[in-house]
Write a protein that binds this ligand. Structure first.
Ligand code: OOG
Ligand code: MG
Length: 257
């Protein structure tokens, strides 16, 4: 089986050099999902040891749109660190990334620890508030071409995220399944969706994560930000470009590069 420490180092080098690499499974088809999660955690732990802070987690490939485009039909998770948190007012730091894309998500901020196995109701009960978010993804693989173990090892393409202006307790919002989102890239509407695009209900994605983490005795601590996964396909982020996401009841986020 491939060595997870070596995999984490290879991916770190790709980040540091801003150079995409071929997907790992091209040379190592035996790489399995479990080893990939071990490599993911080694990579994240290295950043934490270097002074980064764990601020939450992200789901990926939780909508049919994303699954179809990326060619992987199961969800995955990764981790968010403090250095990934970006301000919408500032130009996005393109110089950090290889080929960034931006995608709209519904984020949860936990007011209480969430331990799995968890249901949608458990997630909503533990949620302090829901926020709009734009995630910046930047696969370390050429052309975003990967299989599940590759993208797991790559911390689910995590690169950055911006949260919206309003934190709303879930009971104040009508129904997260019906929460609409309109995405504009360089002024043109490119995608529209509603919350149900993510596993039928965005809280179901968070419940899936809590349940998955419980298998290894882990929980999501109070204060965690959890991105529930893109509602739509991602759009490329280019110099001089802008991406705007409007969310029903959660405000608008605009980013530019
Ligand atoms: C994988 C990460 C997917 C999402 O929200 O679906 C993801 C990728 O598309 O590179 O973050
Ligand atoms: Mg995402």
């Amino acid at each position: 089986m491939p060595d997870p420490t070596a995999i984490a180092q290879t991916l770190r080098t790709a980040v540091d050099n801003r150079t995409a690499i071929a997907r790992l499974t091209a040379a190592q088809p035996e790489l399995d999902v479990e080893t990939a999660y071990a490599a993911q955690w080694i990579g994240v732990s290295t950043q934490l040891a270097a002074g980064e802070r764990l601020v939450g987690a992200k789901l990926g490939l939780t909508s049919r749109a994303k699954q179809r485009t990326m060619g992987v039909d199961v969800p995955l998770y990764g981790w968010l660190t403090g250095g990934m948190l970006l301000e919408a007012a500032d130009p996005l730091p393109l110089e950090r990334w290889i080929h960034p894309r931006v995608e709209p998500e519904i984020a949860f901020r936990l007011g209480e620890e969430l331990a799995g196995p968890a249901s949608v109701a458990d997630v909503l009960a533990a949620t302090e508030g829901v926020l709009a978010a734009l995630e910046v993804i930047d696969s370390r693989y050429a052309d975003f071409s990967f299989t599940l173990p590759d993208v797991v090892a790559d911390n689910a393409s995590a690169a950055g995220f911006v949260v919206g202006p309003q934190l709303r307790p879930p009971h104040e919002l009508e129904d997260l399944r019906l929460l609409g989102c309109v995405l504009r890239s360089d002024g043109e509407i490119t995608h529209t969706a509603a919350g149900a695009a993510v596993m039928g209900h965005p809280a179901a994605a968070v419940a899936w994560l809590a349940t998955r983490l419980a298998e290894t005795g882990r929980t999501l601590p109070a204060g965690s930000i959890v991105l529930s996964g893109a509602l739509t396909d991602a759009v490329p982020l280019r110099a001089g470009g802008s991406v705007v996401a409007e969310f029903d009841g959660l405000g608008t986020i605009e980013v530019h590069a």
